[in-house]
Design a protein around this ligand. Structure first.
Ligand SMILES: Cc1cc2nc3c(=O)[nH]c(=O)nc-3n(C[C@H](O)[C@H](O)[C@H](O)COP(=O)(O)OP(=O)(O)OC[C@H]3O[C@@H](n4cnc5c(N)ncnc54)[C@H](O)[C@@H]3O)c2cc1C
Length: 333
C-alpha cells in the first residue's frame, strides 16, 4: 500500500533490499522461521542464502547464513507524511500542528479538547494516536489504560561513506527473548548510512538528547509498578545499553558482529529517535498493537515498528473499528 501511495503522490522510494544475518547456530532456526513467515505473508523474492552469496550482496558483512529480501524499500518518511497531510487538507481535514491537547472534558454529550495554544475542539468522537503521549491523552478522557508508555531513546551513528562498508540494509536476527531488535545498518534515501539504534531509558517522553529531563514525567515513570518489574527483568540489558550510549567502542563492537571491518574511526555520532514503548504492570514490553475502545473514543496505545511502513494498513484497520464502534455510516475505508 505504501509503495502504491508513493507512486501516486510522486514520493521517491528505493528498493534497495535487506539482509538479515545469522552469526551463530542459535540464529539458524530463527532465520528459517522468519523465512517461512515471510513466504506465508507473500513477501516476493525472499531467499535463504549462504556466506558466499551474502558477500556478493554485502562484501563487508559476515555471517553463516542470511535471509535476503530484495523487495525491501526505503523512503524519506517526512515526504510520506507531507503527502498524506496534503491529501487530507485537500479533502477538507483541518490539521493543527504544534498545539497539543492538554485536557479533555465532556459537555452536553460532546468531547471538548482543550489545546495549549488554540481554541478548544468539540468532537462527537475521538481517535487518539498520540504516540509517546497516547496513555496520557487516554487518561484525560477518563480511561485508565492497562499499560504505561515508557520512552526509550534510540541513538544512531553515521557511517563514513568513502569505505563503502555497507550498501543497503543489514540487520541481525531478532532474538524473541529481548525486547529490542539490536543495532543494525540502514541506508537512507540520501545515501547516508546510519548505524543503530541502541535503546536507552529516556527521562522525558520527548527525550531526544541525553540532557533532556522532565521531572514530572520521570516521577510518573518511577511511580509505576510496571517500570520496576521491567527493570528486574531487563536490568542487565539496560545497563549494557547505557554503557553503549556513552562508549563508542562498545557501540562499534556490537556493530562489528555484522560488519567486522568497521572501526571506531568509521563512525560519527548521528541523530536519535524516541520509541514509545507500552509496558504492562508486570513489566512485559507490549510488542503488538494495543487499541482500547470506549463508546466515544479509540485509543491507540501501542503502535510499534513497523507502524510507519504499515501506516496505511493500520489506518484502514483503525477506521474500520471507528466506523463500527461510533456507528458511522456512509464512509469508505
Ligand atoms: C528510532 C526509531 C526508528 C524507527 N524505524 C522505523 C522504521 O524503519 N519503519 C517503521 O515502520 N517504523 C519505524 N519506527 C516506528 C514508528 O516510528 C512508529 O511505530 C510510528 O511512528 C507510530 O505511529 P503513531 O502514529 O502511533 O505515533 P507517532 O508517529 O509518534 O505520532 C504521534 C503524533 O501525536 C502527536 N501528539 C502527541 N501528543 C499529543 C497531544 N497531547 N495532542 C496532540 N497531538 C499529540 C505527536 O506530535 C505526533 O505527531 C521507528 C521508531 C523509532 C523510535
Amino acid at each position: 500500500m505504501l509503495t502504491e501511495f508513493c507512486e501516486a503522490n510522486a514520493v521517491p522510494y528505493q528498493r534497495c533490499g535487506k539482509v538479515i544475518i545469522g552469526t551463530d547456530d542459535t540464529d539458524l532456526a530463527r532465520l528459517a522461521a522468519l523465512f517461512e513467515r515471510g513466504k506465508a505473508n507473500g513477501v516476493a523474492g525472499l531467499e535463504l542464502i549462504g556466506s558466499e552469496r551474502l558477500r556478493e550482496i554485502e562484501p563487508h558483512a559476515r555471517g553463516i547464513r542470511a535471509l535476503h529480501c530484495p523487495t525491501t524499500a526505503i523512503v524519506d518518511f517526512r515526504r510520506v507524511a507531507e503527502a498524506m497531510a496534503a491529501q487530507l487538507v485537500r479533502s477538507g481535514v483541518l490539521i493543527r500542528r504544534a498545539d497539543p491537547v492538554v485536557c479533555v472534558r465532556r459537555s452536553g454529550g460532546a468531547l471538548v479538547l482543550e489545546t495549549r495554544n488554540g481554541s478548544p475542539v468539540e468532537a462527537g468522537s475521538l481517535i487518539n494516536c498520540a504516540g509517546l503521549h497516547s496513555d496520557s491523552v487516554a487518561r484525560m478522557t477518563g480511561v485508565a489504560p492497562d499499560v504505561r508508555i515508557i520512552p526509550f531513546r534510540g541513538e544512531y551513528y553515521v557511517v563514513r561513506r568513502d569505505r563503502s562498508l555497507v550498501h543497503a540494509l543489514i540487520y541481525p536476527v531478532p532474538d524473541p527473548s529481548f525486547p529490542f531488535l539490536g543495532v543494525h545498518f540502514t541506508r537512507r534515501i540520501t545515501g547516508e548510512i546510519e548505524a543503530g539504534p541502541n535503546a536507552v531509558l529516556a527521562f522525558a517522553r520527548e527525550g531526544y538528547r541525553k540532557r533532556d529531563v522532565q521531572v514530572a514525567e520521570s516521577l510518573g515513570m518511577l511511580a509505576y509498578r510496571g517500570f520496576w518489574a521491567m527493570g528486574s527483568r531487563y536490568w542487565r540489558m539496560g545497563l549494557e545499553e547505557m554503557y553503549r550510549s556513552f562508549s563508542r567502542r562498545s557501540f562499534v563492537r556490537a556493530l562489528q558482529r555484522l560488519v567486522p571491518d568497521l572501526s571506531d574511526e568509521d563512525v560519527t555520532p548521528g541523530g536519535s529517535g524516541v520509541r514509545a514503548q507500552a509496558v504492562a504492570p508486570d513489566g512485559t514490553l507490549v510488542d503488538d498493537f494495543r487499541i482500547v475502545e470506549t463508546p466515544d473514543a479509540l485509543h491507540v496505545l501501542n503502535a510499534p515498528s513497523p507502524a510507519a511502513t504499515a501506516s496505511l494498513a493500520i489506518g484502514r484497520h483503525i477506521a474500520g473499528i471507528a466506523m463500527r464502534s461510533f456507528g458511522l455510516r456512509g464512509y469508505r475505508c
